[in-house]
Design a protein around this ligand. Structure first.
Ligand code: RIB
Ligand code: CA
Length: 311
């Protein structure tokens, strides 16, 4: 089986950590590198968190630190959900996993330019690194096979009435990516808010009984508690791994081609993904937007991903 080449750009973040776990353990994917961006927490925290997850799982994947702030707006974080470290909960051992010296944006440019145009870029945080790479070296656009992002929403947001965190944290970066002319799969809140990690799910994944499942349980312990505190939900929405699950089994999502534009006007709806599901404006369809999720299949993919890490 030919392995699909991916670069995962993320802001760990509890759900990003599960995306790393799912991608890193899959024989169907070749995880070329993990590029990290500020988002859920500061870059100092998110890059350390990515390395701690890679180390816990024993993955042989290089980790690159990228942009520590958005392209235009002021920085925002999500400490209310992910805690002061950005990955509160698990007791990580002393960190030995190295951080690459190369900047994440340079890694994206170098790797994409040298490729055969067969790399999928997955973003599960603010899209700053990918946008900066596109601005630094526009020739990489034709080398991106597809952009798969966790972000946006056809409906309401989760950090403002209009906007979802990854987009609002850097709307201009999202605009650069959504206008790059490359195939896009947008995995937004419309589907990720249905991937709720209830206690029964945590218990199911804990029964796998290996180090990956132990990490999952310890991550969800914190993540689900804060999601309940902030949103009142009995299970935390496991946003980011839905992107990887779709790469592993596209039938887990139903997508529809739409025109999606990012509101960069700076007003009340700043950072909103305006998804033209009814084609009111007859504009080109620049994204395949996820509109439905097979939740049972999603949790099956997560469990299978945990089992990849052995007994
Ligand atoms: O809105 C949810 C997204 O914002 C997820 O990617 C979460 O990790 C945060 O980055
Ligand atoms: Ca994230």
């Amino acid at each position: 089986m030919e392995r699909k080449k991916i670069i995962l750009d993320c802001d760990p973040g509890h759900d990003d950590a599960v995306a790393i776990l799912l991608a890193g353990g899959s024989p169907a994917l070749e995880l070329l590198g993990i590029t990290v961006v500020a988002g859920n927490q500061t870059l100092e925290n998110t890059q350390r968190n990515a390395r701690q997850v890679v180390q816990w799982l024993g993955l042989q994947v290089p980790v690159f630190a990228g942009c520590g702030q958005p392209m235009v707006r002021e920085k925002m974080t999500a400490g209310d959900i992910h805690g002061k470290t950005g990955l509160d909960g698990p007791a990580f051992p002393p960190l030995v996993c190295p951080l690459e010296q190369e900047h994440a944006v340079a890694f994206l440019v170098r790797t994409l330019l040298a490729s055969e145009g067969d790399i999928t870029v997955v973003t599960t945080g603010p899209m700053t690194n990918l946008a900066m790479a596109l601005r630094l070296e526009p020739r990489i656009a034709e080398k991106i096979q597809r952009i798969v992002l966790m972000g946006g929403s056809c409906g309401s947001g989760n950090v403002s009435p209009a906007a979802e965190f990854n987009i609002l944290a850097d709307p201009e970066a999202a605009h650069v990516c959504f206008t790059a002319g490359r195939p896009i799969t947008m995995v937004g809140l419309d589907v990720t808010r249905k991937a709720l990690c209830y206690p029964a799910v945590v218990e199911r994944m804990g029964r796998v009984g290996n180090e990956a499942s132990r990490l999952f349980v310890e991550l969800m312990g914190h993540f689900c508690r804060t999601q309940k505190e902030v949103f009142g939900w009995e299970g935390g929405p496991l946003h980011d791994p839905v992107t990887i699950a779709w790469l592993l089994d596209p039938t887990v999502l139903t997508t529809r081609p739409m025109n999606v534009r990012i509101d960069i006007g700076g007003g009340q709806s700043y950072g909103r993904t305006n998804c033209d599901g009814f084609d009111y404006l007859r504009l080109p369809h620049n994204a395949d937007v996820a509109v439905e999720i097979d939740v049972e299949k999603f949790w099956d993919i997560i469990e299978a991903g945990l089992r990849r890490y052995g007994a």
